[in-house]
Design a protein around this ligand. Structure first.
Ligand code: MG
Length: 239
């Protein structure tokens, strides 16, 4: 199977989904509130929570770092978020969920690096997420598996290791909004463009990285009796 090289990615939009896994939504609620009981209250939103990262956030050299402005880092708390990434294969508007899978060009595993302290301040003030999510080298994507090689995306699974310890595991089966629902939703509101990327949300287990950490993400295809490694993403955290 020929993978689609990450170096050829050229998205006009990088869409991301917030809180698309129940247990991640609950871990986020704990940080957003001093009241620990709110962790039990995470409810599925009526519509997917969508935000954008600029195309300039894509890192093509396997490195990520906190930007400096006026001589200082803009954050003290960069988190990893491992996610299944969908490459959009063709333009579309008003696509039904039934037809949505024909718009998938490929699947990869990615990192939606996030400045958690900047994000929490933005949430408190009701400000946009662009700075905490869209900074340079905050988006990383593996080489991608062509969409027509995957008959059922629910059989995909991904995991992330931080310095050789597994910290996150996810599968589309556990998404609150599944891939057809996300693609259809985006098509109605924004329109799909060939080469767009969709980061489909992170499962529980997000956490902080520091200089020199290594992140290794793997995308698998599971079937009844075996698991096939499809593609990997290796990332180093720089100063
Ligand atoms: Mg994310």
């Amino acid at each position: 199977m020929n993978l689609i090289p990450a170096s050829t990615l050229d998205p006009s939009s990088i869409y991301c989904v917030g809180k698309n896994y129940q247990l991640h939504a609950e871990e986020m609620l704990q940080w957003e509130s001093d009241d620990l009981s709110v962790a039990e209250k995470a409810e599925k939103p009526e519509e997917p929570i969508i935000f954008l990262k600029p195309a300039s956030s894509l890192s093509l050299n396997g490195r990520t770092s906190i930007p400096f402005f006026q001589g200082k880092p803009i954050s003290n708390n960069m988190h990893y978020e491992a996610e299944l990434v969908v490459l959009i294969g063709r333009d579309g508007e008003n696509v039904s969920e039934k037809d949505a899978m024909s718009f998938v060009g490929g699947y990869g595993v990615g990192l939606d690096m996030t400045l958690r302290d900047v994000q929490m301040r933005a949430k408190e003030k009701g400000e946009p997420w662009l700075k905490c999510k869209g900074f340079r080298n905050s988006s990383l994507v593996s080489d991608l598996v062509p969409g027509d090689h995957i008959l059922d995306p629910d059989m995909l699974a991904f995991e992330l290791s931080l310095n050789n310890t597994i910290v996150q595991k996810g599968t589309p089966e556990k998404m609150l909004f599944d891939i057809p629902a996300l693609i259809s939703y985006l098509s109605y509101i924004y329109g799909l463009r060939e080469r767009d990327l969709l980061f489909t949300g992170t499962p529980e287990g997000v956490g902080k990285v520091t200089n020199g950490d290594t992140l290794h993400a793997e995308l698998f295809l599971n079937n009844c009796c075996s698991s096939t490694l499809l593609t990997v993403l290796d990332t180093v955290v720089d100063k």
